[in-house]
Ligand binder design. Structure first.
Ligand code: BGC
Length: 712
């Protein structure tokens, strides 16, 4: 629930914990970009996974901060708590339309008397990303008595709850200021709050008030959050100074106005991004829930990107994966293209990290990290310790899952096609293309058949490592090279001066282009065999067959990882791998090939990753396998709402949400974009999800907004 009820604005995310968090709560606030060295006491992607204390990277894990909406109440000395269940009644509402959450608690007393009703509203402003607002009403009917109120954000168990932080001494003003410094990365952050009761500003966060019969108590708070990353280049302002100035500029008379502006901004967002399913309110609701979570995850700061579990939970330490480009980007590209641009700018900013990494691995150009944070260096754990078994297992993805480099190039191309943003390509994209093509030239190796092969990789299916010619990786690398060649030719013709400047800066030599072309032509691309099947990698078809039990599907892959070496010898796969080709290139292969591969690979997949069901939904929908498509589609749309993988507590599965959006658009509806003769959008529906009569939505393509009427 805390995950589902998260509020945020891309700059920060606050989990939806109760105002008086329970002992088992994970009441966190996250601020995008604030990372610290991996703490060995915190789990990695599952509660069962620990990482050994060997990771020295100073920006290895997203730091969590204390809960800003904490509220403790005592009536005549007695705390109002959840523990006395019989006397307690609670409801939480996430208003996805307005981007607000509302809580209502009714405290009853065994000795009788009127209950105390607490209603609260929380807001992470969509207009001012540093601002949180908290509105509290305490209605005690005709009761009298002394009410103690604490809105302090102070966490007495900071070391346990937020192990990345050192708390620094607090200055006197404003009424409540918390200053923190991350332990290894040395980033500073300030949370400051001011509060009014019944219109009167208080200079404390803990106070007592006398109840007046028939009159409720109204408390309002503004909270400001700033960090070192917000310091403008030319100023020496500290987070504390920024937060204090920001907070004092908030006037109480504007409180309602600010809320209204926030709601208007949310209305504007839905105008662009909403999807309505006529005939299925439950699908509409699930889809809106996903849109809500995607929107609160995105920021305009190109120094960070969207982490696998957004700012809604601790899993994967806030690391950024291929999820961002392959699963999330299309949603933003066709609703808020400016956000898609920011996501790609993150990859431009982290190009130095990707260069370093290529160099370290013995290659040229840029090799993007499988998991990265602010520097772009690889932060994938090298091993994981299974908590209950004390067993240490190796993780190969960090060194071998190289398709991410081509995935980023794929997204760049897609962005360019959909926006025609030549300035972006000229200023940033082309450089990424050059560096990624250079990487493939050194990463691919020539074998006796006079073809180039890619050895020792992990494909999207992470159960198999050290494999050769993973079909997805090879096809993606080929696409990367092809588009690099086209981009360079375009740049040379259209912007010769910029191209000269770039070649100079990158020491680019003319023979390199010929090398790319040679590699592009002679890179081995796994093709369908006589049964129409594309082998996932060399030798996959000879692996041992295993029956996958139904109950071991859609589970976090703890057991599989434990038997990692054995699993490597079998045909069980973790997630869509070869099928990813049809997901990204739906028109590349004839239908009967796609069908044969779907039937084959679906049967051996245990969906140990949430990225898997939406890909299956998309491909099945294209094939007209309606029942299977519907089943995967629902699973994808409702993965977190239904806690299908039983790990939603650790954060939202954003890639699955982005994948479900694509399953609808590119699978069921068959949306395709064409470049010639003019940029346009085509639609070729394969059917609608079960129970749906019609669907309304808007899509952006090349500065045009297409609505249902345009494509009917
Ligand atoms: C999946 C990856 C994914 C990562 C983060 C893993 O379980 O196998 O494909 O990028 O989770 O979502």
């Amino acid at each position: 629930m805390e995950t589902l009820f998260t509020l945020g604005n891309g700059y920060l995310g606050v989990r939806g914990s109760l105002e008086s968090p329970l002992a088992i709560s994970q009441a966190d606030l996250f601020i995008a970009g604030i990372y610290d060295r991996k703490s060995p006491v915190l789990p990695y992607s599952e509660l069962e996974f620990l990482t050994p204390d060997s990771d020295e990277h100073p920006f290895g894990e997203l730091a969590s901060f204390p809960f800003p909406f904490q509220l403790l109440l005592k009536l005549d000395g007695n705390p109002l708590t959840l523990f006395d269940r019989e006397n307690y009644d609670h409801s939480s509402i996430l208003d996805m339309k307005k981007g607000l959450s509302f809580d209502r608690s009714v405290y009853r007393f065994s000795h009788g008397g009127e209950p105390v009703v607490l209603t609260t509203m929380r807001c992470c402003s969509a207009i001012d990303r540093h601002l949180l607002m908290h509105d509290i009403e305490i209605n005690a009917g005709n009761r009298q008595g002394l009410l103690e109120i604490s809105t302090s954000m102070h966490d007495p168990h900071l070391a346990l709850n937020h192990p990345h932080l050192n708390q620094l001494p607090s200055p006197e003003v404003p009424a409540e200021v918390l200053l923190f410094e991350t332990k290894s990365s040395g980033l500073k952050a300030c949370l400051a709050a001011k509060v009014t009761q019944d219109g009167e500003e208080l200079n404390t966060a803990n106070w007592t008030t006398r109840l007046v019969p028939g009159k409720s108590v109204r408390v309002r708070r503004y909270i400001s959050a700033f960090t070192t990353l917000d310091t403008p280049h030319d100023s020496k302002l500290t987070p504390h100074e920024m937060a204090s100035a920001h907070l004092s500029s908030q006037s109480w008379s504007d409180f309602d106005g600010k809320l209204l502006e926030h709601e208007r901004e949310w209305a504007r967002r839905y105008e662009r991004a909403d999807i309505k399913f006529e005939g299925s309110p439950s699908l509409t609701q699930a889809q809106r829930f996903n849109i809500y979570h995607l929107l609160i995850a995105a920021d305009h700061d190109p120094r960070t990107s969207i982490a696998a579990r957004t700012l809604s939970g601790r899993a994967y330490g806030g690391h950024i994966f291929w999820d961002a480009e392959i699963f999330l980007l299309p949603f933003f590209l066709h609703t808020f293209p400016e956000i898609a641009r920011t996501l790609l700018m993150y990859r431009y900013h982290t190009l130095p990290g990707a260069r370093k990494r290529a160099h370290r691995l013995g290659y040229r150009g840029a090799c993007y990290a499988w998991e990265s944070t602010v520097t772009g260096e690889d932060v994938t754990p090298k091993t994981i310790v299974l908590r209950s078994m004390h067993e240490e297992i190796p993780i190969f993805t960090g060194t071998q899952q190289v398709h991410i480099t081509a995935d980023i190039a794929f997204a760049l191309w897609r962005y360019w096609e959909a926006t025609g943003d030549d300035e972006f390509m000229r200023g940033y994209g082309c450089e990424i293309f050059v560096e990624t093509a250079r990487f493939w030239v050194t990463r691919c190796q020539l074998e006796a058949d006079r073809l180039f092969h890619i050895v020792k990789v992990v494909g999207p299916d992470e159960y198999h490592h050290n494999v050769t010619d993973n079909a997805f990786t090879n096809w993606m690398a080929r696409h990367n090279l092809r588009k690099a060649i086209e981009t360079v030719q375009w740049m040379r013709d259209r912007f010769p001066r910029d191209w000269r400047e770039l070649t100079h800066r990158l020491n680019f030599e003319d023979h390199e282009l010929a090398e790319w072309k040679d590699l592009e032509e002679r890179l081995f691309l796994p093709q369908p065999n006589q049964d129409g099947l594309i082998e996932q990698f060399r030798g996959f078809f000879s692996l041992r067959d295993v029956q996958i039990e139904k109950k071991s599907r859609f589970k976090a892959p703890v057991k599989r990882l434990l038997n990692w070496d054995e699993v490597n010898q079998t045909k069980v796969i973790k997630q869509a791998d070869t099928l990813m080709l049809f997901f990204l290139f739906p028109d590349l292969f004839p239908e009967e090939i796609i069908r044969a591969n779907f039937e084959y690979y679906e049967a051996v997949c245990d969906h140990g990753s949430s990225l898997s069901p939406p890909v299956h939904a998309m491909v099945a929908a294209r094939l007209g396998l309606t029942e299977i498509a519907d089943q995967y589609y629902r699973q994808s749309l409702e993965l977190d709402l239904m806690n299908l993988m039983q790990n939603t507590a650790l954060g939202i599965h954003a890639a699955c949400m982005g994948g479900a959006w694509q399953a609808l658009m590119f699978g069921y509806l068959g949306v395709r974009f064409q470049q010639n003769p003019d940029p346009d959008l085509r639609i070729d529906p394969a059917g609608l999800p079960k129970g749906v009569r019609s669907i309304s939505f808007n899509l952006r393509y090349r500065e045009r907004v297409y609505s249902k009427e345009d494509v009917a």
